[in-house]
Design a protein around this ligand. Structure first.
Ligand SMILES: Cc1cc2nc3c(=O)[nH]c(=O)nc-3n(C[C@H](O)[C@H](O)[C@H](O)COP(=O)(O)OP(=O)(O)OC[C@H]3O[C@@H](n4cnc5c(N)ncnc54)[C@H](O)[C@@H]3O)c2cc1C
Length: 481
């Protein structure tokens, strides 16, 4: 039957499109429903366009410090905001087109519209209320539209959207979400960022490097609250040096709007209230799952705190209905969505030895300056779990490559189980650590011990040598510090 599939995926973000490709690879008949943009938030409004903006900031920073490298650049170096945003949006479009290509290549049908489950194995696709962003180039032939479709398995991969605090709702003009922060029409002179998680601190870093007067207000007692406290404190020192104002243990309780500015009431731990006026404010207080209007309640699909409840294989409590990615709960990261997609589809296809998701082995990366990356247990959590641990540390100031690059501010921290030598966690701050963390992720996945890592040869000169030195330090054997 034309409208009947083995698998229908609702949403084409990194969770959805990867699920579709893997299902097609396994010989299943697949369709993906999308209401707005192929490739989801990640490529259109998240991971990729932010990295494009941050790359412009990095190049600006290097150009401003060219003298340190013996280079004299003539004239004033100034950012061209329109060109920076245009580059970022162009890259998002290119990613969007890439997913269209992949769907066609894998013979996945694309159904444009808003999907709703009507039965565990049936959806109705209605006209979308969103403006569809068509991929670059001709519309692929494999596209369908509104109607009723059936599938043996339906995977919900509808992602998430910005969370709003009551009374401080973003208005898109003075109070921005990541959508407006991604494509500002003019550079504000001052900016208040509410929330210092990955999204908040990346935007704070971008705007600060662009010369904006940035204040960050964080409810918890450290920036990037999920990170190891020592790494977070290290990063904060660098932010302080860059002139970013960070207020911890504080919350925005009220915002007064003027014609072209906001005044935030910031309540601190001691009860005092500071009024901070800024041109614009970014609300970065987290995201919430897109669980509404999907017919989940009528089918009895269990949800919890705005997300669909699943087991380690993406199964919900209703047979035939699955969920993956942001809509299936934290950590809300693209690589978690992708891995969940593969696990879910392989289980559906009946492949043997499919491992359930192990959330402890999901790395987290933040692309601020300096970058932060981590995997596994923080020192505090390892201690709270009653683990007997050994901790190693190695600073970038003792690494030749980091010094040669002019990037000597960084730290690698490793946490081992004292008895077994199992690597429990790794926490990094500094240049390129978002690329380096994968060494530890592979190590953890292979259940590597300190001995394996010590016997591994790291190339010289590389910043990666700090990883090995941190391991050696945990055992009192660091060679270069
Ligand atoms: C500013 C920002 C920066 C980020 N940076 C990173 C990063 O560096 N690294 C990282 O790992 N993660 C990052 N993320 C998070 C990442 O974008 C998400 O974790 C990822 O996009 C989740 O993928 P997903 O497939 O679950 O959902 P999404 O990417 O949100 O895709 C869901 C798709 O479903 C569609 N949809 C929703 N409802 C329906 C419906 N009823 N019918 C049809 N279609 C529907 C939507 O239009 C959307 O295209 C960032 C997020 C933001 C906002």
């Amino acid at each position: 039957m034309a409208n009947s599939y083995d698998v229908i995926v609702i949403g084409s973000g990194p969770g959805g499109y990867i699920a579709a490709i893997r299902a097609a690879q396994l010989g299943l008949k697949v369709a993906v429903v999308e209401r707005e943009h192929l490739a989801g938030i990640c490529s259109n409004w998240g991971c990729i366009p932010t990295k494009a903006l941050l790359r412009s900031a990095e190049v600006l920073h290097l150009a401003e410090h060219a003298k340190n490298y013996g280079l004299m650049l003539e004239g004033k170096i100034s950012p061209d905001l329109a060109a920076i945003v245009k580059r970022s949006r162009g890259i998002a479009e290119r990613m969007n087109g890439g997913v269209a290509f992949l769907m066609k290549k894998n013979k996945v049908d694309i159904i444009w519209g808003e999907a709703k489950l009507t039965k565990p194995n049936e959806i109705v696709v209605a006209k979308t209320t969103k403006a569809i962003v068509q991929p670059q180039g001709p519309i692929p032939k494999n596209t369908l539209g509104e109607g009723t479709y059936t599938a043996k398995h339906i995977i919900v991969a509808t992602g998430a959207r910005p969370r709003a605090l009551p009374g401080i709702e973003p208005d898109g003009k003075l109070i921005w979400t990541y959508f407006e922060a991604m494509k500002p029409e003019e550079m504000p002179k001052s900016l208040l960022v509410m929330g210092s998680g990955a999204i908040g601190i990346e935007f704070a870093s971008f705007y600060r490097t662009m010369g904006v007067d940035v204040t960050v207000v964080e409810l918890m007692s450290q920036v990037m609250p999920v990170e190891d406290a020592e790494i977070s404190a290290f990063a904060k020192k660098q932010f302080d040096k860059q002139g970013m104002k960070i207020i911890l243990d504080a919350k925005v309780t009220k915002v007064e709007k003027a014609a072209n500015s906001v005044t935030a009431h910031v309540e601190k731990k001691d009860g005092s209230v500071e009024k901070i006026t800024a041109d614009r404010m970014i609300s970065a207080v987290g995201v919430q799952g897109n669980i509404e209007n999907l017919g989940l309640e009528a089918l009895g699909v269990k949800t919890d705190r705005g997300c669909i409840v699943i087991d380690g294989y993406g199964k919900t409590n209703v047979p035939g209905v699955y969920a993956i990615g942001d809509v299936a709960g934290p950590p809300m990261l693209a690589h978690k969505a992708e891995h969940e997609a593969v696990i879910c589809v392989e289980k559906i296809a009946g492949l043997p030895n499919v491992h359930p998701m192990d959330k402890l082995k999901i790395p987290g990366c933040t692309y601020c300056n300096p970058q932060v990356a981590s995997v596994g247990l923080t020192e505090a959590r390892a201690k709270a779990e009653g683990r007997d641990i050994r901790v190693g540390r190695f600073p970038f100031v003792a690494n030749g490559k980091a010094i040669a690059l002019g990037e000597d501010q960084g730290l690698v921290k490793t946490i081992f189980d004292k008895k077994t030598g199992e690597l429990l966690g790794a926490h990094l701050v500094g240049a390129e650590v978002t690329e380096l963390i994968q060494g530890f992720v592979v190590a953890m996945n292979l259940e590597t011990t300190e001995e394996d890592l010590m016997h591994t040869i790291f190339p010289h000169p590389t910043i990666s040598e700090t990883l090995k030195e941190s391991v050696l330090d945990a055992y009192g054997r660091a060679l270069n510090a």
